[in-house]
Write a protein that binds this ligand. Sequence first.
Ligand code: 4AD
Ligand code: MG
Length: 428
Amino acid sequence: MVEVKELSRYEGQEVTVAGWVDQLRVHGKVAFLVVRDGTGYVQGVLVRKELPTEVWEIGTALTQEASVKITGSVREDARSPGGFEMGLSHVELLGPSPEYPIQPKEHGVEFLLDHRHLWLRSSQQRAGLGVRAEVEQAIHDFLYQRDFVRVDTPILSGAIGEHAGTLFATDYFGENAYLAQTGQLYAEAACPAFRNVYCFGPTFRAEKSKTRRHLTEFWMMEPEMAFVDSDGNMRFQEELISYIVERALERCGSQLDLLERDRSKLEGVTAPFPRISYTDAVTRLQEKGSSIKWGEDIGGADETLLSEDYDLPVFVFNYPRGVKAFYMKQNPDDPETVLCDDLIAPEGYGEIIGGSQREDDLELLLTRIREEKLPEEAYGWYLDLRRYGTFPHSGFGLGLERTVAWITGRKHIRELIPFPRLINRLYP
Ligand code: 4AD
Ligand code: MG
């Protein structure tokens, strides 16, 4: 058996390909059968007078998504998808597919999400998820080249990683366990062991909001770097994002074209990225008509408003401590703010990265844990990191689905994860 992507090497030879029926067109005594095998599409040609009746009958009764094995000789054909077609001598039906639910017509999104297990096979979904896989690999490569050690952090935790408001709690033999909102605190613990580390895994937020930017389960990549300050943190982020975009442009051209992504919007994305302080961003937003006041978080609509002013992703740095997580380092020049950054993607895709320098002072960290009314006893181990060889360090979290939504130009992040978990959806 050969894969469609290798057909060019078999010109003039008889081969067998296995896959799923994409299309069948019967024109009298000739039929065209397009088969997808995951590596590409190939068109098989059936000619009635050249085939045993049984093969013709099986071949011309195939329906969308039936699985088949087709055998025939390979020949070049510019009009065929992939540039090659097969003159078929045999067709074997492996698995029939009567009344495939997803037809080549418009379906409502809820219907498609109910059939996500089948929707994955459609060309746009395959393109988006293909870019996701490439971006994921690009991230691993970037960090590997820079000697980062990947540490796998737990999904079940007794400590609240970010905010109490969006926790999934579960009973852990009589104790409360939470599904990880972040792997960061554990990555921080691994930092003194390896210096530069990262974790990359699913994270969970019981987000009550139903927006195109929120999932309840999403994948986050979180590097943690010893002896790096907030400025170095932002410089690392812009290098990483530039690399990811470059890789997508280099290796995902066909997927981006299929998704009709305007590639010129990505071509200019190279470091450095513009930076604006939170305080200046609030002033700018007010000038643009927003009702935001200093001290409030910058919401999705305001992020979009701000991103209108830039062709590149933009850093918003040093937010008020009241709207950010307890572990962010107090700004020594202005204790009302913390040394953090959000990276806002262009074209209204919102925050794709949240990062900060970490509070490395034991007393200040304890004060913040108490201020946020977090259960102190769950953070004994985390506070130990400040008791035994505390050190300046920084890190960030990159939301994979939001990043890929921006790169692919898809409106809703639910299409960029194979099986989205949303406030109203646990099926399939
Ligand atoms: O800004 P967040 O909450 O930061 C953290 O979790 C830190 N612990 C990261 C760190 O410093 N190690 O989340 C980081 C990113 C966001 O910028 C966003 O891209 C994504 O995770 N994200 C979500 N993506 C999809 N659905 C949600 N509900 C998301 N919440 C955050
Ligand atoms: Mg954030």
